[in-house]
Write a protein that binds this ligand. Structure first.
Ligand SMILES: [Cu+2]
Length: 493
């Protein structure tokens, strides 16, 4: 791979050479049996695999032999979500995939090949959210069925079309710290997990949005991109993740951002090694740690551009939303929680959080602090152990919505929207994580300040409303075990 990774929008319209080569390689890899570690299906199954689901979705046949290194989860079901390994595991996954596709392209055409990225949040390209034509075409230039359009997506999908509250943005890039708190409860990169956990707990900012949002916008309830157990099969998955990986790289290269320094991240996971295949269907795989995905590591790849569509400018200190000192000098303190599990079905669900009035009042007083050396606080909602059976439901969260009010008429009370990608997997009671569900945080600092100026913030309690979005209904509810308010404190630096 001598060429660098480029924005797919710069490669030319229609069947440009890069995407035609991608399609030809996919076609060839898709003909290999799933037992071959270079087969399209094996590569997809590394993200998530359930034999019966794959049979039901006509990906494999009931008679296909499934290799034991998939079923015993050596290679299969490795994808890391809701944890600080989200970025590093997916980076190595991209590298392995790109190497295997590039080797096939070389064999078929003699060309070099690099994985392009889909720069969907590039505001200087009016067509940035448009799916590249080659992924929508029915046929290849030679008339054969187009493999890039083989697997189902949201009906009629041609472009990312977020609704007004879908939260599709680069706001994650404003966060300065990869993780804050003993568990990594808050931050860009995801919660701390020592061992291998496919879906662990706290979702990092980047993973929540745009990562999860784009999965849902493409896949919906039925399409493969919406379901973590099928997503790796859609060839657009790789262009999406390549952009997410680029955002991480851009973030790391921006002064003022603090990457994780915990050896457990660099050397982890503790209880087993991650493993990736290499070109050659039965060649032994390569094990790695997060360290191997950083600059100088064996799974590191450079990008042609870290500025366009990333929300940051590497080399220039970002004007940060959160600038609260080094992460280990910040503290996170719960200042209130609700009392019971909340279930959201066909209608909005409400819950009350009793706050510690003194701590809350103190937080409010220091919230807007900008003078270096002064204490500064931010407030977050934390949704713990979120469970459900849908693959990527949309949950909207409102704060202090008036009793009986229509949420749509109160955008000023909208705290955030969560795409619960992988919820089905994280909630399987007999799954590897015993159905603990997923965790999310929402920054409500600006909202709390707005409510205070409107005279609508009571330091004794907060009213939280959960509004069902797509993939949430009476028959397919979402439950939230606990909702708490966290106070993040630091010193303005
Ligand atoms: Cu993903």
């Amino acid at each position: 791979m001598s060429t660098s990774r480029q924005d797919v929008a710069t490669l030319g319209p229609g069947w440009n050479k890069v995407l035609l080569n991608y399609a030809l390689a996919m076609q060839a890899l898709d003909e290999l049996p799933i037992a071959n570690r270079n087969s399209w299906k094996f590569l997809g199954a590394m993200h998530g695999f359930r034999r019966q689901l794959w049979i039901d979705e006509h990906v494999i046949k009931a008679t296909d032999t499934i290799p034991t290194d998939l079923t015993n989860d050596t290679y299969g079901n490795q994808c890391q979500h809701g944890s600080w390994y989200f970025v590093s595991w997916h980076r190595a996954y991209l590298f392995a995939f790109e190497s295997i596709v590039a080797a096939k392209v070389k064999e078929l055409t003699g060309d070099d090949w690099a994985l392009p990225y889909w720069n969907y949040l590039n505001s200087s390209n009016p067509d940035a959210r448009q799916m590249p034509d080659a992924f929508l075409a029915k046929t290849l230039p030679n008339g054969a069925p187009n493999p890039l359009n083989k697997y189902p997506r949201r009906p009629g999908f041609t472009a990312l079309q977020p609704g007004p509250n879908d939260g599709f943005s680069l706001v994650a890039m404003d966060e300065n710290d990869f993780l804050v708190g003993n568990d990594g409860t808050l931050g860009f990169g995801g919660g701390i997990t020592g061992n291998f956990e496919q879906f662990d707990g706290m979702t990092g900012d980047l993973e929540g949005n745009p990562h999860n949002t784009v999965h849902r916008l493409i896949g919906g309830a039925q399409g493969f991109m919406g379901n973590a157990l099928l997503a790796g099969l859609d060839p657009i998955f790789w262009l999406h993740h390549c952009n997410i990986d680029r955002l991480w790289e851009a973030w790391m290269n921006t002064p003022g951002k603090t990457m994780v320094r915990d050896p457990r991240w660099f050397e982890g996971p503790a209880d087993r090694r991650f493993i990736m295949p290499v070109p050659g269907g039965d060649a032994p795989g390569v094990t790695f740690t997060s360290q191997d995905t950083l600059k100088g590591g064996k799974y590191y790849r450079a990008y042609d551009d870290l500025i366009s569509g990333t929300g940051v400018t590497p080399g220039e200190e970002s004007v940060a939303r959160v600038k609260m000192g080094l992460p280990n000098q910040q503290t996170i303190q719960p200042i209130g929680a609700n009392a019971a599990v909340v279930t959201v079905g066909g209608t909005p669900a409400h819950t009350h959080i009793d706050l510690e009035p003194l701590a809350t009042t103190k937080s409010m007083a220091t919230m807007g602090a900008t003078t270096p050396g002064n204490e500064v606080a931010r407030l977050y909602l934390s949704l713990e152990s979120v469970r459900g059976t849908a693959p990527s439901p949309l949950l909207e969260v409102y704060v202090n919505l008036p009793e009986g009010a229509d949420p749509a008429l109160h955008p000023d009370r909208h705290a955030g929207s969560l795409t619960l990608f992988g919820l089905n997997v994280a909630s399987e009671p007999d799954g590897p994580h015993a159905g603990n569900g997923l965790g999310y945080t929402i920054d409500i600092t600006d909202l709390a300040q707005r409510l205070t100026s409107a005279g609508d913030f009571d330091p004794n309690h907060l009213r939280v409303t959960l509004v069902p979005g797509e993939q949430i209904s009476q028959d397919q509810p979402v439950t939230v075990e606990r909702i708490s308010v966290l106070k993040r404190s630091g010193v303005v630096s």
